[in-house]
Design a protein around this ligand. Sequence first.
Ligand code: HEC
Length: 409
Amino acid sequence: MLKKRTLVVALVLALVLAVGLSACKQATPTPSAVPAEQMGYSEALTKAMEAAKAGDAQAAQKALQTALDAAQSDADKAFVNELLEDVEKGDLDEVVEDIARYLGTESAPTLAELLDKAMDAAKAGDADKAKEELTEALEVAQSDADKAFVNELLEDVEKGDLDEVVEDIARYLGTESAPTLAELLDKAMDAAKAGDADKAKEELTEALEVAQSDADKAFVNELLEDVEKGDLDEVAEDIERYLEQQASQLPSDEVARAQQLYTQLGCFACHGAEYEGNQGPIIVGLPVQSIIAQVRNGAPEGEMPAFDQNTVSDADLELLAKYLNSLTLADTATVIPDAVRSHLEMAYDALKAGDKAGVETHLQAALQAAQEAGAGEGLVKTLDDMVEDLEEEDWQADIEIHLDILLGR
Ligand code: HEC
């Protein structure tokens, strides 16, 4: 009995001592037995932030002194000293912001986490809880756009419009992590290759929502139509080409450099200022390696000069070749008369059927139609070269590339 009482007395004494000690160490006594250093720092900062928010400079200063005593690292001490200076200057807003940011990055939940909680609360119809989370989110929000967004959500909560809140947060969080157009198209391509029309349609429907430009939307819509028609091979091929082109798109400074090279080296004189061809053929969309080889070797009979390393470096030539490869017929000033197009389409079908004689017939017909229609010199030269290419061993691959380019496939 006696022992127990002694123990209690000792405990109380120890507690008093601990509180007394921390009171000596700190400006404000802390009401718990947790070591002052640990509990003090962020708590004191939070207090300082609240005081600063309330416009109470004195209380803020006091709390910051506490924080300064509790600060362990030099960085923390420097941070608090800066805050103290801001208080001296009367810059309480700055203090609030800096502490909020500090606490936010330190351990506080992120904006996304708080929004997620607010969404859950709104879903559950708990307006109070949603408001609480959003109020915290407002403190954590950094950019003006984020703050405006959270404020709008708070207004909706006030209006009792919890469904709206759920939707808006879902959309906000969704866009943060939503798959990109390229990712969705890639999945749709895999599905199409696997012959799974339903899955392809699903991915494409999502892709349609993600697509931003009119061109992208039109492209996805076309793919959806092809899925409806059961044309899955076409879908897979079109997506593959699209993704390849995306991957080969150059940053604008490289495009500018490539265009400069095209002019400086004089390619434009024979291949057209707008890539429509001239005495030389249309050269957009060709494989990078074949462009490089052609430029280094030139053309037989001196129709095209060879360009050596002194004239154009390997790096520059590769850039130029990549750029030309990234262009399509639509980027050129080429006009293909209807009569020419239909012969090219027939040549394409013949090619697919392995019918070389048919390819020759239709290419000859296309060439003749181009001449009769007064088509551009570049197109005529391109078709003429294609007829000649038939004599080469790997005519099939060569003709296919050129037909793909001319038919925009
Ligand atoms: C003096 C005119 C002339 C100049 C300058 C010229 N080319 Fe050519 N180029 C031609 C001609 C003509 C052909 C077709 C050769 C043939 O019929 O075999 C050709 C063919 C090509 C081909 C092959 C096309 C195909 O269908 O396979 C490429 C690629 C090419 N040129 C790129 C370039 C580039 C890049 C430049 C600038 C660095 C350039 N050319 C400068 C005249 C020129």
